[in-house]
Design a protein around this ligand. Structure first.
Ligand code: APR
Ligand code: PHB
Length: 390
């Protein structure tokens, strides 16, 4: 088989890039090692920046997001028993975010790819990129007991943090930067109305909590937990009690509890791999970087990577120029590092760090108190949360 771009990974990065390429008449094939159902079974965060929404519209898969997504003009910070609303819309000259599950984004992109004739190969085993240092790269994979080869011009490594693409360049000058946080997030999904129409990020001396949602009838909640904590240590009642302890009283009283339909613990890390381009192989999305979910930047960074790479590939095939693909890594990393900083700052400000003790808690409360009284500080938070320009 031959195509112009092989995309390894059928998550949001790979599917969004694949659809933009298809729409531009650039032939591509998406490979994934698991099934579509497995991919759609993953519970993921759900805050989309306007740039991501625009790319989803540009791909042609944005209709359901506009029908079912929830536009949000602000969110709340709670600390020291107080509540402070960050007026995203007012502080950023009219920008907002869209609350719409990333699993839904993935499903919409999968459905649109199928409807527009995109070639996707699932349950492809031992996918491996080859000869990407030269001008004739290719990818091999195994399926149905046979080894297959796809010759191409470019390979997009959209295969996430545990994928093969970054591993394939580990000895080619790759440099990695990482911070692993000393706690995790215990998250549940419950078919109950959210406690508030906007998200609530809670700083509390017992630990961080987040009140989010998937719809007006389905809520997503998180509490900070120990790294070695286990889901079966937490009954639903224990979760609800801990969540309410970490919220101001008037919010805690309004929490509607119910049975969890999903309950899991996720670790938090900041991670960046540099550079993001190796000859004809590009690292995209989680394959190149991970952010702690506190700033809701994971999918949104994948979107800006896709934007830069799509521009580069369009220019290569359209104007026969390498300029934009040569600039991909530098352009993507400039935005990645600013989002890493914001996610790191928000994680450090909102979570309890045992090693910093009560002084550290007071520093966090002072920073949040300052932020609640400074329009400049709130504007800085708001412009990072809605997403910095591409
Ligand atoms: N071969 C083929 N496919 C692979 C391989 C491999 N060796 N390794 C991983 N994959 C596939 C996974 O099965 C997965 O479907 O690559 C895909 C990677 O998808 P994500 O992990 O979702 O990464 P990405 O698309 O970059 O997502 C960016 O969106 O889903 C959110 O929070 C998530 O921050 C992330 C963001
Ligand atoms: C979510 O809805 O899962 C969510 C929202 C905002 C975050 C993280 C997760 O910062």
């Amino acid at each position: 088989m031959r195509t112009q771009v092989v995309i390894i990974g059928s998550g949001p990065s790979g599917l969004l890039l694949g659809q933009l390429l298809t729409n531009a008449g650039i032939d591509n094939v998406v490979l994934d090692r698991v099934s579509q159902d497995y991919i759609l079974g993953r519970i993921r965060a759900g805050v989309l920046e306007e740039g991501m929404c625009q790319l989803l519209d540009q791909s042609g898969a944005g209709a359901r997001m506009h029908r079912e997504g929830l536009p949000h003009d602000g969110f709340e910070l709670t600390f020291s028993g107080r509540r402070h609303r960050i007026d995203l819309h007012g502080l950023t000259g009219g920008k907002r975010v869209m609350v719409y599950g990333q699993t839904e984004v993935t499903k919409d992109l999968m459905d649109h790819r199928a409807a527009t004739g995109g070639v996707s190969i699932y349950e492809a085993e031992n996918v491996a990129p080859h000869d990407f240092d030269g001008a004739s790269p290719y990818v091999t994979y195994e399926k149905d007991g046979k080894t297959h080869r796809i010759d191409c011009d470019f390979i997009a490594g959209c295969d996430g943090y545990h994928g093969v693409s970054r591993k394939s360049v580990a000895d080619k000058g790759l440099e990695e930067f990482e911070r692993v946080y000393p706690f995790g997030w215990l998250g549940i999904v419950s078919e109950v109305p959210p406690v508030s129409h906007e998200l609530i990020y809670a700083n509390h001396e017992r630990g961080f909590a987040l009140c989010s949602m998937r719809s007006t009838t389905r809520s997503r909640y998180y509490v900070q937990c120990a790294l070695d904590d286990r889901v079966d240590n937490w009954s639903d009642d224990a979760f609800w009690d801990e969540l309410r302890r970490r919220l101001p009283a008037e919010a805690a009283e309004k929490v509607t509890t119910g049975p969890s339909i999903e309950k899991s613990i996720a670790p938090l890390r900041s991670f960046v791999a540099e550079p993001m381009r190796f000859g004809r192989l590009f690292l995209v999305g989680d394959a190149a970087h991970i952010v702690p979910p506190t700033g809701a930047k994971g999918l949104n960074l994948a979107a800006s990577d896709v934007h830069y790479l799509f521009e580069g590939l369009q220019e290569f095939y359209g104007e026969k120029s390498n300029a934009a693909i040569d600039a991909y890594s530098q352009r993507a990393l400039a935005r990645v590092w600013k989002a890493e900083r914001f996610s790191w700052w928000m994680t450090n400000t909102m979570h309890r760090f045992p090693e910093t003790g009560r002084f550290g808690q007071r520093m966090q409360e002072a920073e949040l108190d300052y932020l609640s009284q400074s329009e400049a500080a709130s504007r800085s938070l708001a412009e990072n949360y809605v997403g910095l320009p591409y």
